[in-house]
Design a protein. Structure first.
Length: 230
């Protein structure tokens, strides 16, 4: 990891001997002013003294993350994201069933020894085991995140309230389709990425990547963050 060198940063910017305070005193404010003037090899030294969540307040970094999201990276796609953040997947209870069915099909199609009756029993048993393994895995992750999680998106609270309204009024709840669940999950992953709330992500390669400083469509950018506020 690169060592933070305040003197080298001030020297690069030509701020030595000025009234500019050390970048280590208020690194977020400093980055807000000078991020676009600093090269990646100096920017990366801010990683140990700032968190991805703190850096979200810097417009240039939000723009870089948004540009990265628009490139449709594989790690934020549904199939990969579901593996990395299973507790954020609203359809996570189905995952064990899906993989259980895969185990069952493997046994019935590929296990050639024994009678047909035994093969079917094995397939059913493997399917049940896979569902149990996935259920246990999700429960363990939930317990870990219950301790570490500090952020609850406001949209979750709003959705909880809206979910309660149909029940209170006696109206039947409309179940979302699989496609809608997947789209909502991808959207949530993208939102949490932009706001620096995902673990298992290398934010440095995005936050300090000057190649992502393209001219974003201002209307699209504002629409994204306006949607978040709504």
């Amino acid at each position: 990891m690169a060592t933070f060198n305040a003197q080298a940063i001030l020297s690069f910017l030509g701020l030595e001997g000025t009234d500019e305070s050390s970048p280590s005193n208020e690194p977020i404010n400093f980055l807000s002013k000078y991020l676009l003037q600093l090269p990646p090899h100096l920017l990366v030294t801010f990683s140990p003294i700032t968190s991805p969540k703190e850096r979200t307040t810097i417009p240039a970094i939000r723009n870089r993350r948004l540009e990265y999201v628009r490139s449709k990276p594989e790690e934020l796609a549904f199939s990969s994201a579901r593996q990395l953040w299973p507790t954020l997947w609203l359809g996570r209870e189905r995952r064990g069933v899906e993989e259980g069915n895969e185990e069952k099909q493997w046994a019935e199609n590929n296990f050639l020894q024994g009678t047909e009756k035994h093969v079917k029993k094995l397939g059913s048993l493997l399917g049940q085991y896979e569902e149990e393994r996935e259920g246990q895995r999700v429960r363990e992750i939930r317990r870990e995140q219950a301790v570490a999680e500090e952020f609850v998106p406001e949209e979750d609270e709003d959705s909880d309230e809206s979910d309660d309204e149909p029940a209170a009024s006696g109206q039947p709840e409309v179940e979302e389709s699989e496609a809608e669940l997947k789209a909502a999950f991808e959207r949530r992953i993208q939102e949490r990425f932009i706001y620096g709330l995902l673990d298992h992500v290398d934010y440095d390669r995005v936050d300090w990547n000057e190649n992502l400083d393209r001219d974003l469509d201002r209307d699209m950018e504002e629409k994204w963050f306006d949607d978040e506020e709504d």
